[in-house]
Write a protein that binds this ligand. Structure first.
Ligand SMILES: C[S@@+](CC[C@H](N)C(=O)[O-])C[C@H]1O[C@@H](n2cnc3c(N)ncnc32)[C@H](O)[C@@H]1O
Length: 294
C-alpha cells in the first residue's frame, strides 16, 4: 500500500469507529493525499467497505466535503505556506503564518476548521467550555494568549474576563485579530516571539494560554520553548494557570509528557493535566500547569 493511502486510510478507520471527528478525518485525507481525485477515491472505497454506524460516519465526511468543496485546495495552499525559508526558526515561522493569514485566517490557525467559520467557532467553544469547567474564567481575571493568531480566543474570552492580551509573531495574523476584536475595549495585541515580554509586569496575569503555538516554539528549539515557559511563569500570579494545548507535532505523546514534566519541575509549575485530549472536534492535547508559589 502507498504511504499516503495508509495514512489517510488510518484517519478514515479512526473516524469510522468514532475515534476521530469527520472534519479531522477530512483534513487528514486532504493533507496526506497528493491529488484530490485520489483522495475522493480513497474515501469512496472506505465507504463501500463499511456498514452500519461506521458507514454513516464516513458518509458524514463525504457530506462535509460536498458542503466545503474548496477544502482540498485550501488545505494544500496552507501547507505550502509552511515552506517559507530564510532566517532562523522564528523568522521562518513568522513568514509562514504571514502567508497563511493571506490565504485564510481561519484555516491558517486551525486546519481542521477546513476554512469554515462555523467549525472554527464550535472548536473554540469546546476549549472555552473546558476553561469554564476548570473555574478559570471570572470577570475580575486577566489572561495572556501566546500565539493568538487571528484572535478567535481573544474574542471569545473578552466578554468573560477583565482583560486579555494577545501576543503573536505574525503581523498579518495580528491584523486579522485586530479586526476580529475591534468591538472589545479590553483586548490588547502585541507583536513578539514570546522569548521575552518586557512590557508585561511580573505576577500580573491569572491565566496564560498557548493554543497550538508551542509546536512552533518547540520546532524553533527547546531554548525558545523554555524561555516562553519562563516568561509565562514570570507574568503569572502564584497559582495562576498556563494551558498549553499541543506541545509539539513530533507525534510522540510520551516524549511530550516527559518534556513537560521535566520543564515544569525545573521552571516552577505543578502539572494538573498532562496530555489529555478532552475535545470532540479536534485532538488537541491539554497540558494544564499551575504556577507554584512564591
Ligand atoms: C496554529 S496558530 C494558532 C493560533 C491561535 N492560538 C488559535 O488557536 O487560533 C499558531 C500561532 O502561533 C504563532 N506563533 C508561532 N511562533 C510564535 C512565537 N515564537 N511567538 C509568538 N507567536 C508565535 C503563529 O504566528 C500563529 O499565529
Amino acid at each position: 500500500m502507498i504511504a499516503h493511502e495508509d495514512r489517510s486510510g488510518q484517519a478514515l478507520r479512526e473516524c469510522s469507529v468514532g475515534a476521530m471527528s469527520a472534519n479531522m478525518a477530512l483534513m487528514h485525507l486532504c493533507l496526506e493525499t497528493p491529488d484530490r481525485h485520489v483522495a475522493r477515491h480513497i474515501l469512496d472505497d472506505a465507504i463501500a467497505r463499511e456498514r452500519g454506524a461506521g458507514r454513516d460516519r464516513l458518509l458524514e465526511v463525504r457530506s462535509l466535503w460536498r458542503e466545503t468543496p474548496n477544502a482540498y485546495e485550501l488545505i494544500q495552499a496552507i501547507v505550502q505556506t509552511e515552506a517559507a525559508d530564510g532566517g532562523d526558526g522564528i523568522a521562518r515561522c513568522a513568514a509562514g503564518f504571514d502567508a497563511a493569514a493571506k490565504v485564510s485566517p481561519i484555516a491558517g490557525v486551525a486546519l481542521y476548521s477546513l476554512g469554515r467559520e462555523d467549525l472554527l467557532q464550535q472548536a473554540t467553544a469546546e476549549v472555552v467550555d473546558d476553561l469554564e469547567s476548570q473555574g478559570l474564567l471570572e470577570h475580575d481575571r486577566c489572561a495572556l494568549e501566546i500565539g493568538c493568531g487571528s484572535g478567535r480566543f481573544l474574542a471569545a474570552l473578552a466578554p468573560k474576563l477583565l482583560y486579555v492580551i494577545g501576543v503573536d509573531v505574525s503581523a498579518n495574523m495580528l491584523g486579522h485579530a485586530l479586526r476580529r476584536c475591534a468591538s472589545y475595549r479590553n483586548v490588547e495585541l502585541m507583536q513578539g516571539d514570546g522569548r521575552r515580554f518586557p512590557s508585561l509586569s511580573r505576577a500580573s496575569f491569572d491565566l496564560a494560554l498557548a493554543i497550538d503555538s508551542f509546536p512552533y516554539l518547540v520546532a524553533a528549539g527547546e531554548d525558545v520553548a523554555r524561555s516562553n515557559l519562563m516568561e509565562a511563569r514570570r507574568v503569572l500570579r502564584p497559582n495562576g494557570r498556563l494551558l498549553i494545548i499541543n506541545y509539539s507535532y513530533r507525534g510522540d505523546d510520551d516524549r511530550d509528557r516527559r518534556d513537560i514534566l521535566r520543564l515544569a519541575r525545573e521552571i516552577g509549575f505543578a502539572v494538573r493535566r498532562c496530555g489529555v485530549r478532552p475535545f470532540r472536534l479536534w485532538d488537541g492535547a491539554v497540558f494544564d500547569l499551575e504556577r507554584t508559589a512564591p
